[in-house]
Design a binder for this molecule. Structure first.
Ligand code: MLT
Length: 375
């Protein structure tokens, strides 16, 4: 049995892929081959040395120490796009809740006196909750990946205009204004929604200087990562009426109970559909890596998918980008196919052999590589 350690609750659909005849998915694995998780933080986690792969059922991987995993030869996967529709739907909610005083109105209604004339109180009091429509307004999208694209399509259908910025996207079929100047997004948008990971380049990108470029009364939506926004600066901007609303899925102590800030408890991907999609995608990727060495949607290793030929396959991860392929072909006997791919300073080589490799050859290769597996 191959043990898969789960560090969070994961949809049962994983068992349809990592089937019980071959895999045990458990919270108490002794020698797990792989880990599957959602938001568990692995930064201070003492990972069993048997682990060769980690799969995050979700898009963000800031709960995983990627560089340390790479140096251990551990492949880290995520599931880009698998929860994108769920996040898109929450963005639509955020647009509406930041425009109309729905949240304030609901709270007010719940506390009305039950005096037999609630309907009258409602009609008298509702003028305090007048909002604005999103139709005809401009939404600025920062990050035009799977979620950003779905959001763009959805809001175009609702009559909004879209301006988008993504340093990795240079053209699009969408009827939007794609700019290579993020400041244009800040300057032209009535609403801004963030769909980028938290990296050294993106952290704190919504701050007093970028807010100063924005329209008065802008509404900002952050369902991506808390670190993208400077909370002190956004609180200040709300107090000065520069920012009308900040809706975030990533609450922290300092923004709870602040007027103008709507906090959601990280529900972006919390739908049954998204949880199933992420679990299935993570499980498929893990299975193909464990059984065939193929890599799709890794965040630290190169993509490489090769049809199996021969009897066994040797998979080598190395930071000797220049010479590892030559070393593999010299070290192993009976190679019937060899392929490699590089990502930064990591090279991944798959060699198909007509027979099982010599143990001594594998041991010799291990001395040259971050990881060597026979699958
Ligand atoms: C993601 O990273 O996919 C979302 O933030 C949802 C999640 O963390 O599960």
């Amino acid at each position: 049995m191959v043990e898969i350690l789960k560090l969070n609750e994961i949809s049962n659909t994983v068992s349809e892929i990592l089937t019980p005849n071959k895999y045990t998915i458990t919270t108490e694995a002794k020698d797990p081959k792989a880990i599957i998780l959602r938001s568990f933080s692995m930064h201070d986690y003492d990972m069993p040395t048997s682990v060769v792969a980690v799969a995050r059922a979700g898009a963000g991987v800031n709960n995983i120490p990627i560089e340390a995993m790479t140096q251990k030869g551990v492949c880290v996967f995520n599931t880009p796009g698998a929860n994108a529709n769920a996040v898109k739907e929450l963005v639509l909610f955020a647009l509406l809740v930041s425009s109309r005083k729905i949240y304030e109105g609901i709270n007010w209604t719940q506390n009305l006196e039950k005096d037999g004339a609630v309907a009258k109180q409602v009609e008298k009091g509702k003028k305090a909750f007048v909002g604005q429509e999103i139709f005809g307004k401009t939404l600025g999208i920062v990050g035009l990946g799977a979620i950003g694209k779905l959001v763009a399509n959805a809001v175009l259908a609702l009559g909004m205009k879209v301006i988008a910025y993504d340093p990795f996207v240079t053209s699009t079929d969408l009827a939007i204004d794609l700019t290579d100047d993020i400041n244009q997004v800040y300057a032209k948008s009535d609403y801004i929604t963030l769909h980028v990971p938290a990296t050294p380049q993106t952290k704190n990108s919504i701050n007093k200087d970028t807010i100063a470029l924005m329209k008065d009364g802008v509404r900002i939506i952050n369902l991506a990562r808390g670190e993208l926004v400077n909370n002190n600066d956004i609180k200040q901007a709300i107090a000065n009426n520069k920012v009308a609303k900040y809706v975030t899925d990533l609450p922290s102590d300092d923004i709870l109970g602040v007027d103008g800030i709507i906090t959601i408890p990280h529900l972006g991907a919390s739908t049954a559909e998204a949880e199933d999609n992420c679990a299935v995608m993570a499980a498929n990727q893990l299975k193909d890596y464990l059984e065939n060495g193929n890599i799709v949607n890794s965040v630290n290793f190169p993509k490489l998918q090769v049809e199996r030929i021969g009897k066994t396959r040797v998979c080598v991860v190395s930071n000797d980008v220049k010479d590892i392929a030559t070393k593999v072909s010299r070290s192993l006997k009976g190679i019937v196919g060899i392929s490699g791919a590089t990502r930064g300073d990591i090279c991944y080589v798959i060699a198909d052999l007509s027979n099982a490799p010599d143990k001594a050859d594998i041991e010799a290769l291990k001395a040259e590589a971050l990881s060597v597996r026979v699958v």
